[in-house]
Design a protein around this ligand. Structure first.
Ligand code: PEP
Length: 247
């Protein structure tokens, strides 16, 4: 039985003042103990976020694959863990595009996160052109194959399916399209990892709101959500957590 996970991704948003939003999010996490709640914040906010909401899982939005060295501006898994992060996102489409991260890069970051004791949320997703040409499932499956660590288990790895065209646009795939991809991801993970593939959570991400979350969470292979814009305020994020709790 996979527990639902609702994870926020603040991206390059937030400030010390904005951490006040974590009070309401932490209260919801405590009020709905059947749901796992997590928030990935900019690196500068990891330590103060952890100090403000010690009961909440605080994460990094990215890490470097190396443990240390000459990588100006980058942070290792150990560094974000020391600041209070318990997980990291890897392979977000914004990084795959803006930083030109390859599948191999994403795989290395996932491995590094695990070696450093972090949970890892590994993002996959097709472009609008790939979907329109009927290649969505093939693209996502191939991204998974390239980036999935061979020793992955549900204890530390979570997949997030985030169609690029749905991120921050207000557009969402139909529930049928979401289930088709999640089902294919599940089948591929079982193929590659055996039974461990059944225990790895698959989140849906892309314009999730309090209004559409319950529809997504009702699908058999949707184990929660990765939420961008609507995670920035407790007022918008808490209804998604409540939906995951079945309320
Ligand atoms: C994201 O970037 O991970 C995301 C899902 O963003 P949004 O919810 O704003 O579409």
């Amino acid at each position: 039985m996979r527990r639902k996970l609702v994870a926020g991704n603040w991206k390059m948003n937030g400030s010390l003042a904005a951490l006040a939003e974590l009070d309401g999010i932490a209260a919801a996490a405590a009020a709905y103990p059947g749901v796992d709640v997590a928030v990935a914040v900019p690196a500068t906010l990891i330590a103060p976020a952890h100090a403000r909401a010690p009961g909440l899982a605080i994460g990094a939005e990215d890490i470097h694959p190396a443990p240390s060295g000459a990588h100006t501006g980058c942070l290792s898994a150990a560094m974000v863990a020391e600041a209070g992060a318990t997980f990291t996102i890897v392979g977000h489409s914004e990084r795959r595009i803006e930083q030109r991260e390859s599948g191999q890069d994403v795989w290395a970051k996932a491995e590094a996160g695990h070696r450093g004791g972090l949970g890892v949320i590994l993002c996959l997703g097709e472009t609008d052109v790939e979907r329109a040409s009927g290649r969505a499932e093939r693209v996502v499956s191939s991204q998974l194959e390239r980036a999935l660590p061979g020793d992955a288990t549900g204890d530390w790895l979570t997949i997030a399916y985030e169609p690029r065209w749905a991120i921050g646009t207000g557009l969402t795939p139909t529930p049928g399209d979401v289930q088709a991809i999640h089902g294919a991801v599940r089948a591929k993970m079982v193929d590659l990892l055996g039974d461990a593939g059944h225990a790895i959570r698959i989140l849906y991400g892309g314009s999730v709101t309090g209004e559409n979350a319950a529809r997504m969470f009702a699908l058999p292979d949707v184990d929660g959500a990765l939420v961008g814009g609507a995670s920035l305020t407790a007022a918008k994020f808490v209804p998604i957590i409540a939906a995951a709790a079945g309320l």
